[in-house]
Design a protein around this ligand. Structure first.
Ligand SMILES: [Zn+2]
Length: 267
């Protein structure tokens, strides 16, 4: 394990690095430490999945690790903790549903207290020079590794997972252990559909290892089953909800599985 600036770099396998930073350093209301950025090294091309909080230089670390390889940069979705390092890179790919969000400067001025660490940047983080769109089912060739884009809406409309041809699944914020930020109550069936789809995909493709964008990594596919069971219980626990003011969300706790806490948006 190496520490470089605010990042901790872990080599998970011969071809995969996890670059971690703590989002609670931005503000303690964020509990899903660490955020996991991934750097997957193919023969001729490397893929960086997510660019993090953008406060510490990421590109020099990536450059050193990929050596002579070409670099592709993907965002798993457009939430701030995954995209604010985009400005360091010439070109970033994101699902078509969220491309407009990362094509302009990211404006944090609506929550100056929460994002006080960005005051010297005037709460405005520039985008990548070029934003390209990803579509469900699209393939990318890194050389000895092929990647398929899996559209997995729910956590956000343009969330993606990445499936490798050697049966690894990068789940982004669609599945991890920790606080689950969910869309409003009406959209929970969509979250359930996506998790069910991913469970089927893992069975069909023989996926054993999951690489989530937050907290514990790697995980096995039990994560998807546990999360699906938990999200399905939200309706029956709805009467026990409390108001969580930091996120303007309903908070639901499942006494039978404390590895998750559900924050259901009120918007
Ligand atoms: Zn996140």
């Amino acid at each position: 394990m190496n520490s470089s600036s605010d990042f901790t770099i872990k080599r998970l396998t011969t071809d995969l690095y996890c670059i971690q930073e703590n989002i609670s350093d931005i503000n303690p209301i964020y509990t899903n430490d660490p955020i996991n950025l991934y750097l997957l090294l193919g023969d001729h091309t490397a893929l960086l999945l997510d660019t993090g909080c953008g406060l510490s230089p990421l590109k020099p670390i990536v450059k050193e690790l990929i050596k002579e390889r070409e670099l592709l940069v993907f965002n798993s979705h457009a939430h701030w903790d995954h995209v604010l390092g985009n400005h360091e890179f010439k070109e970033v790919y994101i699902h078509e549903n969220e491309a407009s969000k990362v094509s302009r400067s990211y404006d944090l001025s609506g929550s100056k207290k929460v994002f006080s660490k960005y005051s010297d940047r005037n709460y405005s983080i520039p985008p990548a020079e070029n934003v390209k769109v990803l579509h469900d089912g699209e393939f990318f060739d890194l050389g000895d590794i092929k990647i398929e884009i899996i559209h997995a809406p729910g956590h956000s409309p343009g969330s993606i997972c990445l499936l490798t041809d050697d049966c690894r699944l990068f789940t982004g914020d669609v599945a991890y252990y920790g606080d689950q930020f969910l869309p409003n109550r009406q959209q929970i069936p969509r979250v359930i559909d996506t998790l069910s789809m991913l469970i089927d995909l893992c069975e069909k493709c023989g996926v054993k290892t999951l690489y989530p964008a937050h907290q514990q990594t790697p995980c096995d596919t039990t994560l998807l089953n546990e999360l699906l069971q938990g999200v399905k219980k939200i309706e029956s626990l709805w009467h026990k909800r409390t108001f969580q003011k930091d996120f303007y969300a309903w908070e639901i706790n499942d006494p039978e599985n404390e590895r998750f806490r559900y924050l259901v948006s009120r918007f």
